[in-house]
Design a protein around this ligand. Structure first.
Ligand code: PBG
Length: 329
């Protein structure tokens, strides 16, 4: 027999044919745009390591969110750059802080836009860790899990009061989902959903974000609370705990080096799974494209499609607006 019986190439002949048999369709509705909120007015500071990403004052947040929304992106997630940092991160629950004010301005301007807030202390503490520090009896300085839970609840409540639809704790303290759920319900915010950063790895891919959010730890690192990149079973255990505590959605972060984890979490859980295409993944594409090494738009779409193919229902990405436009949104 001169030819094999099955010839998959028959179905690859034209773009229409390929479109017809395509298994994964990336759409603007899959995307969430992260935005960095700072004090002031008319402020747009480009982040050096992330071309096209800016620290934005509230008015500019509304502008960029509107662009994303117009391109078909359904949601934004907000990070805060406070005027003042201290040991506890008390600006994290300031109702006049840039995140709370941005939430209110966004819900006012675009009530149908889904507004998510990142809940973590590292943007607000002067030491840059994700919670309150204590010295243990053995003399080690570490984040105090239970004392931090109280602070996270205050922050989540502040965001809920401002009008957030979803709060997203990214700190990796144990028990935070249950504590935040109780705090929200106790204050009449039972309709506010929780997106848990359930499987968050101690990753070097967060480097550019820490420039953007000015949140690099002054001393030490986050390996005491974020996960070891070598572990997969542990991710599933973290996800199960967060689901038991009432998480409405779970996230895997970063995305690209953790596609296997996304697939496993998808198989384990029946809630929507999010994946965070993080700052370092974005910066690599931008740098390689600027150097003429790759076609930036095609690589961007290939990466986002692979994250969806792995099992993500939504993708947080600095590419969101650009990708939505490239997809015709
Ligand atoms: C806060 C937080 C981080 C990111 C999202 N939330 C930084 C960190 O854990 O150091 C990183 C996002 C990115 O790299 O794009 N804990």
């Amino acid at each position: 027999m001169p030819y094999p019986e099955r010839r998959p190439r028959r179905l690859r002949t034209t773009e229409t044919m390929r479109r017809m048999v395509r298994e994964t369709q990336l759409t603007p509705s899959d995307l969430v745009l992260p935005l960095f909120a700072m004090p002031g007015k008319d402020q747009r500071n480009e982040v050096g390591s992330m071309p096209g990403v800016f620290q934005l004052s509230v008015d500019q947040i509304v502008r960029d969110a509107r662009e994303a929304h117009d391109a078909g992106v359904p949601a934004v997630i907000l990070f805060g750059l406070p005027e003042h940092k201290d040991g506890e991160g008390s600006s994290g629950w300031d109702p006049e802080g840039p995140v709370a004010r941005s939430v209110a301005a966004l819900k006012d301007a675009m009530p149908e836009l889904v507004v998510i807030t990142d809940v973590c202390m590292c943007e607000y503490t002067d030491h840059g860790h994700c919670g309150k520090l204590v010295r243990t009896r053995s003399g080690r300085v570490e984040v105090d899990n239970d004392a931090t839970l109280e602070l996270l609840c205050k922050e989540a409540l502040c965001h809920a009061r401002a009008g957030a639809d979803i709060v997203a704790p990214s700190d990796m303290m144990d028990g935070r989902i249950g504590a935040i759920r109780d705090a929200l319900d106790g204050d009449g915010f039972s309709e506010v959903a929780i997106l848990s950063y359930a499987a968050k790895y101690a990753s070097a891919f967060y480097g550019p974000f820490r420039d953007a959010a000015d949140s690099a730890p002054k001393e030490g690192d986050r390996r005491g609370y974020q996960m070891d990149p070598a572990n997969a079973r542990e991710a599933l255990a973290e996800v199960e705990l967060d689901l038991d505590e009432g998480a409405d959605m779970v996230m895997v972060k970063p995305a690209l080096s953790y596609l296997d984890i996304i697939t496993k979490v998808r198989e384990l859980s029946d809630v929507p799974v999010a994946a965070y295409n993080v700052s370092g993944e974005y910066s690599m594409v931008k740098a390689a494209a600027a150097a003429g090494c790759i076609d930036g738009t095609r690589v961007m779409l290939e990466i986002l499609t692979s994250i969806k193919r792995a099992g993500a229902d939504l993708i947080l990405s600095y590419h969101a607006t650009e990708a939505a436009r490239a997809l015709g949104g």
